[in-house]
Design a protein around this ligand. Structure first.
Ligand SMILES: Cc1cc2nc3c(=O)[nH]c(=O)nc-3n(C[C@H](O)[C@H](O)[C@H](O)COP(=O)(O)O)c2cc1C
Length: 196
């Protein structure tokens, strides 16, 4: 079993992209999806979805920090997605798992942000494709780590938000910003956290 961070694209009435963590074995994929969210609404027993690993930081930003719980707002446009046999996945994916929801349970949990409901999804991996060679991003990357904290601002109270903003700023200060892409992303995350 390996744990990844990736982009889950589900489609129902709308196509939705979200950054999601997943445990992956040879034949199975497991993830915990917070409710309410577009992803949780899209995934029912039998729903098909893709899970993509990627080195494109922008895909993580768009999927995690835009369009949250907004069914009429697509994080990635249809031009930015490939479609194959009714599945959709980002054009910038490095590898893609094509999956179907096999089992699903809803659980109440209590975490530092209070009571929450999660949908525990267990999917069958139908097949996998390598699209191009790339080193996929994961939580070891400081910008991805900052985005995980930023995605919690929406469920935190004001006091917790202050703590989260400080934590995120510290992480962002610790990152190298040698290239324009990195500087751009740091600015985008800073802009996002100031909105809360
Ligand atoms: C790297 C990363 C991993 C994440 N993992 C999860 C996860 O496992 N479960 C979850 O519910 N949200 C996770 N999130 C937050 C979601 O991406 C975010 O709430 C998203 O906007 C949900 O959108 P939706 O309403 O479009 O489904 C993660 C965010 C990041 C940046």
């Amino acid at each position: 079993m390996v744990y990844h961070e990736g982009i889950l694209v589900s489609s129902n009435e709308v196509i939705n992209s979200a950054a999601i963590g997943a445990e992956i074995t040879r034949s199975r994929i497991r993830c915990n999806i917070y409710k309410p969210s577009d992803t949780a609404r899209n995934l029912e027993i039998g729903s098909e979805f893709t899970y993509s690993l990627t080195d494109d930081i922008c895909l993580f930003f768009r999927s995690a920090l835009t369009g949250r719980n907004k069914p009429d707002q697509a994080e990635l446009t249809e031009e930015e997605l490939h479609s194959q046999k009714g599945f959709f996945y980002p054009k910038r994916a490095a590898s893609v798992y094509f999956c179907r929801v096999e089992d699903l349970t809803v659980k109440e949990i209590r975490d530092e942000y209070g009571e929450a409901e999660i949908k525990k999804i267990e999917g069958n991996i139908l097949w996998k494709e390598e699209m191009r060679e790339a080193e996929p991003l994961d939580r070891d990357d400081a910008l991805i780590d900052a985005m995980v904290h930023a995605s919690r601002l929406s469920i935190a109270d004001e006091k917790q938000r202050e703590g989260l903003r400080e934590k995120i700023k510290t992480i962002l200060r610790s990152t190298g910003d040698e290239c324009d892409d990195e500087r751009d992303m740091i600015n985008k995350i800073n802009e996002y956290i100031e909105k809360w």
